[in-house]
Design a protein around this ligand. Structure first.
Ligand code: PMP
Ligand code: GLN
Length: 376
């Protein structure tokens, strides 16, 4: 038997069930609006004026320059577009290629859970061993004592994700300090999934792990244009890290995808000149979170407001003893509302009676969803 689960991912399954039952789909994480006009206009201009052949392997130079400027503007960190930035076909490809480039058979990779679904299969495919550790069950931030206790001479990498899917947790200063302290004691690499970098709430600010001095030359941070420009179907992203790791990454990338969609890269380079867009994302989604939560007043769900991402967890223990998959399927079939059962983010399918709702939806859709949920 192979290392991969023969099951289709829970996101695809729940979206298919939503279509079958014509349910409102607040399951799979995608916004129901498209990219901003300035990006659509840039794509149109670019497509009409050429840019149809292969891009350079590491990415269109103008886009890498623009990404480097964006990183400096947002985080005050200088990255070399030549040696530290590679454009990828989305976050998923960046994560897979990084794991394939850096993990050898027998290496251990620490994965805090709940975790996004594509990390563990990649580690196992390349012969690595996943070491799952629980996130703090209240805050969903790392438990640094547990992580420390699981480091061995075989630990090659730790995969972090902040802002965190599915919980909406966002790292605080303490977490960065704890990671730096741990990094001074052990030479692990860090693969940091930061696709929700700009979606943080209530004044919290994200710090890319690849900018930490303690992780110099030991960290790759992964980003997705799909998440920041409302175009998840474009599958465009990038990965940032020191020259040594970037070189290793590109050794696999060049045989994995070789290069990424040229016209979209050129258009994204132009779109990145828009200075105000990224700062608008936090407030935009915070308003949606707050509206949704205000409409959930009086429901039987327990809700700890998301601190980032566009996902909200809903604890339903007071409503039904059903497991989360059974409840999510019944909600779709009977109430025409689709959410994601969170047990699928645990390798042992631990069921904490949690469903995940994506609030990147129109106000009307959110209100309808809240009405359905309040009626339970
Ligand atoms: N990481 C996390 C935490 C995600 O939620 C997603 C889904 N957007 C990805 C990575 C993959 O990003 P992409 O769609 O760009 O492949
Ligand atoms: N990232 C999206 C989510 O968490 C799903 C992407 C996918 O379907 N693989 O819902």
């Amino acid at each position: 038997m192979g290392v991969l689960s023969p099951e289709t991912t829970i996101f695809t399954r729940m979206s298919a069930l939503a279509r079958q039952h014509q349910a409102l789909n607040l399951g799979q994480g995608f916004p129901d609006e498209g990219p901003p006009d300035f990006l659509i206009e840039a794509v149109t201009r670019v497509i009409q004026s050429g840019f149809h052949q292969y891009a350079p392997m590491a990415g269109v130079p103008e886009l890498r320059e623009a990404i480097s400027k964006k990183i400096f503007k947002n985080y005050g960190y200088r990255s070399d577009p030549e040696k530290e930035i590679t454009v990828t076909a989305g976050g998923t490809q960046a994560l897979f290629t990084a794991i394939a480039a850096l993990v050898q058979p027998g290496d251990e990779v620490i994965i805090p859970e709940p975790a996004y679904d594509c990390y563990a299969p990649a580690v196992e495919l390349v012969g690595g061993r996943c070491v799952f550790v629980p996130l703090n069950e209240k805050t969903f931030r790392p438990d640094w004592n547990i992580i420390s206790s699981r480091l061995t001479e075989h630990t090659r990498m730790i995969i972090f994700n902040t802002p965190h899917n599915p919980s909406g947790a966002v790292w605080i200063e303490e977490d960065y300090a704890a990671l730096s302290a741990l990094a001074s004691q052990h030479p692990f690499l860090v693969l940091s999934d930061e696709v929700y970098e700009h979606i943080t709430f209530d004044g919290r600010k994200h710090i890319p792990l690849c900018t930490l001095p303690s992780l110099e030359n030991r960290c790759l941070s992964v980003y997705s244009f799909g998440k920041v420009f409302h175009c998840t179907g474009w599958k465009m992203g990038y990965i940032v890290g020191g020259p040594r790791l970037t070189e290793k990454f590109r050794q696999v990338h060049q045989y994995n995808v070789f290069s990424v969609n040229t016209p979209l890269q050129s258009a994204l380079a132009q779109a990145l000149e828009n200075d105000t867009w990224f700062a608008s994302l936090g407030p935009y989604f915070q308003r949606k979170r707050d509206l949704f939560i205000s409409w959930m007043q009086g429901s039987k769900f327990h809700i700890q407001p998301a601190r980032g991402t566009y996902f909200q967890l809903l604890q339903y223990g007071e409503i039904t003893p059903e497991d989360d998959l059974a409840f999510a399927e019944r909600l779709t079939q009977e109430k025409k509302l689709t959410l994601i059962p969170v047990s699928f983010f645990y390798h042992r399918r631990e069921d904490h009676r949690l469903l995940r709702l994506c609030f990147a939806k129109s106000d009307d859709t959110l209100r309808t969803a809240a009405e359905i949920l309040c009626s339970l």
